[in-house]
Design a protein. Structure first.
Length: 141
């Protein structure tokens, strides 16, 4: 792909394209929320910014940024292998950070697959720090 990369909000009718990108990117471990229904909920949620990066009419990157009034959180940063190393991830993170800052956010955390060195390397380079003293607990409902 040689076209410019444009960022915009994800549309509800693009849920399947997002799921396809997540599988193609291979960076995101599948979870119970990886369904078309749940992606549509995230796209339409008032506390979330669901951005896509687009090139030549194709979705080539995603990020979900949320702010709950206390902290910001980044989820589902994924970039197509075809456009990696072109600054797409950084563009997405910058846009999510800007939006969260406009909401009043002062701290952002990112969920990152610890077994993906390319992902941890990106977040380190982006100025994020690993929080050694915290562990994430979860339960599917």
């Amino acid at each position: 792909m040689t076209d410019e990369i444009h960022l915009r909000e994800c549309r509800e009718d693009e849920g399947q394209a997002v799921l396809d990108l997540w599988r193609e990117a291979g960076d995101v471990v599948a979870s119970p929320t990886d369904s078309l229904e749940q992606v549509k909920v995230a796209i339409n949620h008032s506390a979330a910014l669901f951005l896509v990066a687009e090139s030549e009419g194709n979705i080539v990157g995603t990020i979900i940024g949320t702010f709950d009034g206390w902290r910001g959180e980044v989820y589902r940063l994924a970039v197509s292998p075809e456009v990696r190393r072109r600054g797409v991830a950084r563009m997405l993170v910058d846009a999510a950070e800007k939006w969260m800052g406009e909401q009043g956010c002062h701290r952002i955390t990112a969920l990152v697959e610890k077994d993906h060195p390319w992902a941890t390397g990106f977040w380190n380079a982006a100025g994020y720090q690993l929080h050694e003293s915290m562990t994430r607990y979860f339960r599917d409902i």
